[in-house]
Design a protein around this ligand. Structure first.
Ligand code: C2E
Ligand code: CA
Ligand code: CA
Ligand code: CA
Length: 279
């Protein structure tokens, strides 16, 4: 038994080193990714189920590494946040998404919105608001067509400061949505203090909405809450007709999920969903 224990320990130590090594080389690759043009944005349609029309897209980051292949955001976003690399990467995401949506407007698809994820780390920057203002000016995107998605984690460094920055962003005319709503600890009190336009119902409540009474109760409560507070509500992770029907029956009109479309490269979006002679 003693022998076994030692072996186990040894095995464990080795795999820990491998993990650390792997993380180190991933970090080295990540530091070069922006300069090597390895990032690409995918766009996921957001649909108004009443009109049956796409009203906008969420921009979702993808990393295509020549050796590692397609690296999932679940792997590299946490590392990008830890290392601070999310700051320049996030700026690239905002610029690219705004340039894209402006191009789609000009090609004959006006009013489309684009939702861009903002990391908590970006809130630590002194120049976040100036950066957003500059990107709007440089790309010519109307501010009401830009939505920034935040999570409660923006408050993890300094709540007061986060609230101030959110008000400054709102004053630029852009919208703020609260992502993964319901998964944090204090969502309700934030609603009171944050200038939030939209609540995004987390996909974890949608998945089993037709079979799990608790999930259904939470999702329908979020819809009712959004309506009574005069906020928009978008359901995420809508994968089936049954999800759609249940949410629609409870007053949710705006949805996003594989049932409509997964995130796609820009050219795919153009080919499938947009009009314009350029496409
Ligand atoms: P998120 O913001 O909650 O994005 C939604 C995730 O759900 C996306 O995963 C999307 O592909 C996936 N999804 C969409 N429809 C469905 C569906 O019907 N069912 C299921 N099961 N999943 C669906 P993705 O693209 O892998 O992104 C994961 C997370 O990485 C995002 O979660 C977001 O937190 C982060 N992320 C992605 N792009 C960026 C970015 O540009 N900046 C920052 N800061 N974070 C990003
Ligand atoms: Ca999001
Ligand atoms: Ca989400
Ligand atoms: Ca999420």
């Amino acid at each position: 038994a003693k022998e076994l224990g030692r072996n186990n320990h040894q095995f464990y130590a080795t795999s820990m080193n491998e993990d650390a090594l792997q993380k180190l080389s991933l970090e080295r690759f990540l530091r070069k990714a922006l300069g090597l043009n390895e990032f690409v944005l995918f766009y996921q349609p957001q649909v108004n189920v009443k009109s049956g029309k796409i009203f906008g897209f969420e921009a979702l980051l993808r990393w295509k590494h020549p050796i590692l292949g397609m690296v999932s955001p679940a792997t590299f976003i946490p590392l990008a946040e830890e290392t601070g690399l999310i700051v320049p990467i996030g700026e690239w995401v905002l610029e690219s998404a705004c340039r894209q949506i402006k191009g789609w407007h000009e090609a004959g698809n006006p009013h489309l919105t684009v939702a861009v994820n903002l990391s908590a780390r970006q809130f630590q920057q002194d120049n976040l608001v100036e950066m957003v203002e500059r990107v709007l000016a440089e790309t010519g995107v109307e501010p009401q067509c830009l939505e920034l998605e935040i999570t409660e984690s923006v408050t993890m460094y300094d709540v007061e400061r986060a609230i101030m920055i959110l008000h400054e962003l709102k004053n630029l005319g852009i919208r703020i949505s609260l992502d993964d709503f319901g998964t944090g600890y204090s969502s309700l009190s934030y609603l009171k203090h944050f200038p939030i336009h939209t609540l995004k119902i987390d996909q974890s409540f949608v998945r089993d909405i037709t079979t799990d009474a608790d999930d259904a109760a939470i999702a329908t409560s979020v819809i009712a809450l959004a309506h009574s507070l005069n906020r928009q509500v978008v359901a995420e992770g809508v994968e089936t007709e049954a999800h759609l029907r249940y949410l629609a029956a409870h007053g949710c009109v705006e949805m996003q999920g594989y049932h409509f479309s997964g995130p796609l490269p820009a050219q795919e979006i153009e080919a499938r969903f947009l009009s314009g002679k350029a496409f």
